[in-house]
Design a protein around this ligand. Sequence first.
Ligand code: DGL
Length: 268
Amino acid sequence: MSNKPIGVFDSGVGGLTVLKRLAEELPNENYLYFGDTARVPYGEKTREHLFDIVREILDWYKSKDAKAVIMACNTSSAVVLDEIKDDYNFPIFGLIQPTAEYVAYSNAAKIGVISTTATAKSQAYSKTINKLNPEIEVFETACPGLVEIVESNKIETYEAKKLVIKYIMPLLEKKVDKIILGCTHYPYLREIINTLTNDNEMLIDPAEHLALKVAEDLILLNLINDDSEGKREYYVSSNAPMFAEVGRHFYEDCKEVKEISLAEAMKI
Ligand code: DGL
């Protein structure tokens, strides 16, 4: 059982920020990454459309005999995970709960969250944090446009800086103690954000807390792979060269990327 792959998916390159952290924590695992570049951005899609997309991806992982699947995507973690997680016979992990637990028991009083429109609309971070600690004030900001900037490799442009300023400054004016990077694409923009916060400790990357949770649970479930050197395979639904180029900014390992259509892959 234990050398079966772990599925990790996102709408594009964002989830590589999670995969990198997972591979540091669990280096012997075999990972099967899927970036749904044909349908990015997820954050502007309806709930119904997101359910259809996520089911298709989970069915593909089922056909690949995955032992666990990581939603390396806040949008699907916020909108879809709770309602879908018991429909599969492998554990499915999301980004919201582990970070909410970390924040709820920290000494922060005010927390900012930057995320996609769908994540902000779901209020998943506020609800999950406040369920554990109702005292914390949570400010959720939708940041349309940032995902497209990362996916199209415009990270170091004036356009990127302008948008980051627009979304981050109001949170700093509210004097938040920490800002959660509530979309896995945003760690690519970390340097720009840091120039505004003047504090390298201010940003919380949910990938950190998720990776620890996955490691803990896989040990408990007896699903750890101890005896092989981890293999990582990369699949996307379109434009593999662009994915590899942008992905390598963050994660050197991402070189060989294959394009697939999930619907066709499952017919075989
Ligand atoms: N990176 C994903 C997230 O964490 C999805 C972004 C998008 O495609 O809009 O929300």
